[in-house]
Design a protein around this ligand. Sequence first.
Ligand code: CA
Ligand code: CA
Ligand code: CA
Ligand code: CA
Length: 253
Amino acid sequence: MGNNLVIVSIILVVINSGDGENSDPAPVESSQPTLSSSESSSVESSSSSESSSESSSSSVQSSSSTSSRSSQSFSVGGDTLTGGPNTPASRSKQNNDSEIPASWLAQQFAVGGLNDQGECSNASLCSPEADPDNDDLTNLEEYNYGTDPQEEDTDSDGVSDGNEVYVYYSSPTNSDSDTDGDQDGDELAECTDPIVVSQQKISGSRLNVITRNAGLKPLTNATIKTLRDAGANRNDIDKGYINSKCTSISVEL
Ligand SMILES: [Ca+2]
Ligand SMILES: [Ca+2]
Ligand SMILES: [Ca+2]
Ligand SMILES: [Ca+2]
């Protein structure tokens, strides 16, 4: 009798303990389908005809990043907005002053700009930061570069003073910056480099720099006219060169 009780109680204990073990919550199987994150970026093989320059731009980056949506950010190292100290533009800079001398003011703005004391009385015309000829060089910059503050294209080569300094790095006071016999504007019209003695087309890396610069300092009227006369469209004006004239660029680097 006593043994039966023991057996029954043992059975009950086993049953109870068994229920306890089994009542553990079944592990929720997170069997969610694994999304394949390998979205093969076969988009890269863009055979769009108009992007010959774009492909050359990406070649400069030498970036093996798969998701290269950053086609707008150029990583052309080392260039400041003025192209550094060894360009025809920077070498043409005559002064590095922070103020315009009274003598230059009197020379350039004798009519309608100065009061009896020789001071500028018409800020939109003759203040240091004014740009009355809309060439993207302020009067102070015009003084420092030795250019005409009331003439958009001082050396009459078809490229505005400011575009020479900040976009192409050509000389605003020498119409043939690389002294190869071809004027700067004519070189841009044919997509040869106005600061490189060569009949080759402008290099892809230089085109990248030009386009970056043109985005920061858009082309002004004199330069736009030169490019338009040579067949440029709106997109070319934005980029700073005539794409159809630059087609033989080799994609290297
Ligand atoms: Ca100016
Ligand atoms: Ca000027
Ligand atoms: Ca010029
Ligand atoms: Ca030249």
